[in-house]
Design a protein around this ligand. Structure first.
Ligand SMILES: Cc1ncc(COP(=O)(O)O)c(C=O)c1O
Length: 389
């Protein structure tokens, strides 16, 4: 590894490996060692590393037009917005560069709408405990995990955390001062915890009753990850605002906030902006992602391989009840919760040539490229057995 790490801010706990190449589900380090990627850059490279169709449209666009700012129109941005609206409840899109910015945009929209409709006291945002929405101040304030918030106080006022799945707590929290309820339909970073349909329906009902927005953060679980293009499609609830990012660019930085025309109208000209948001190069990549991930055979593959991964993990958990206590997930976001904290698990898997996420020391989170095959999953399970036993 090149010894120039001192020049980088020390905000990440990094593994001692430097990657130099990626292809499909594989990554190579600077010693030529090959790794099976079960993390896809934290649920980003869903079509696999360096997908040839994406590399092609990106390099074509790089030679044509890279950036104009949003003072003007560009074709890739308009086409991507149309493609996203065609596949969702939404009628308009605001583009930004990351997940946290898409959440930030949604919070600003909700506050501005609350203020316009119900006055300056309508700024409360109800959010779920154990959520993760990002690291900028607004998104961080809605991220109800003290470990991320500690030291950054005062947080943005008006955030009201409630325990997930507790309908009484939610009904006590939501009222006439509520601008929005924000939640992840499946909590990702918080340990892969799907929110029940019943709770989602109750949240929808309360938002309708009090005129608040229901915001779904699908930054981690949107764009095919669960086996449908958007995760909300597998629930009986349609949100008012949808936040997406991560896999939308397959590795190029893009985020988006989707809403109806009527809701989006509360962010009029000049109220919100992003210099790079909807840049033509990343929009070309995202257009290709939307096209490929929308294919019914592709989504069927995600469901099938997701079920296979889930059943292999369950088999393991049943065979080794002293090691694993729960397996959960939908599509190709799956988790196995360990009985005991194992802080060295990710490192031991790396030694065996497998990359995976281990959260809170105990939760093995698997978000592989969606192009993964059953043979890759078998290989992963072999390595997992080896390092856990
Ligand atoms: C559900 C969710 N929302 C928001 C974010 C923040 O996204 P980003 O890191 O792109 O800012 C994440 C990142 O993991 C996430 O999982």
């Amino acid at each position: 590894m090149i010894e120039n790490t001192n020049f980088l801010a020390n905000t990440y706990s990094r593994m001692p490996v430097t990657f130099v190449k990626g292809e499909g589900v594989w990554l190579w380090d600077d010693n030529g060692k090959k790794y099976l990627d079960m993390a896809s850059g934290i649920a980003v490279c869903s079509l696999g590393h360096c997908h040839p169709a994406i590399s092609k449209v990106v390099s074509d666009q790089l030679a044509l037009l890279v950036h104009t700012s949003n003072l003007y129109w560009t074709l890739p941005q308009m086409e991507l917005a149309m493609a996203l609206c065609e596949r969702s409840f939404a009628e308009q899109v605001f583009f930004c560069n990351s997940g946290t910015e898409s959440v930030e945009s949604a919070l600003k929209l909700a506050k501005r709408r609350g203020n316009s409709l119900n006055g300056p006291d309508c700024y409360q945002i109800v959010c779920l405990e154990n959520s993760f929405h990002g690291r900028t101040m607004g998104a961080l304030s809605a991220t109800c995990q003290p470990v991320y918030q500690r030291g950054f106080e005062p947080l943005v006022p008006g955030m009201t955390p409630v325990p997930a799945e507790n309908k009484r707590a939610l009904s006590l929290a939501v009222g006439s001062r509520t601008a929005a309820v924000i939640l992840e339909p499946i909590q990702g970073e918080g340990g892969v915890r799907p929110v029940s349909d019943e709770y989602l329906r109750f949240a929808r009902q309360l938002c309708d009753e009090f005129g608040a927005l229901l915001i779904f953060d699908e930054v981690q679980v949107g764009i095919g990850r669960t086996g449908s293009f958007f995760a909300y499609e597998q629930t009986s609830v349609v949100p008012d605002v949808l936040c997406i990012a991560k896999a939308l660019g397959n590795g190029l930085p893009i985020g988006a906030m989707l809403a109806s025309k009527e809701v989006m109208s509360f962010l009029p000209q000049g109220s919100h902006a992003s210099t790079f948001g909807g840049n033509p190069v990343v929009c070309q990549a995202a257009k290709e992602v939307v096209k490929l991930v929308s294919e019914p055979v592709f989504l069927a593959h995600v469901k099938e391989t997701g079920q296979y991964l889930n059943s292999r993990l369950n088999e393991f958990a049943i065979k080794h009840p002293w090691l694993a206590q729960d397996v959960r997930g939908r599509g190709l976001i799956q988790a196995m919760e360990l009985k005991q904290s194992d802080s060295g698990l990710a490192a031991r898997l790396m030694t065996e040539g497998v990359m995976a996420l281990v959260g809170h020391g105990k939760i093995l989170r698997l978000v592989p490229p969606l192009v993964i095959s059953k043979e890759h999953i078998d290989l992963f399970m072999e390595k997992l057995e080896l390092v856990l036993k």
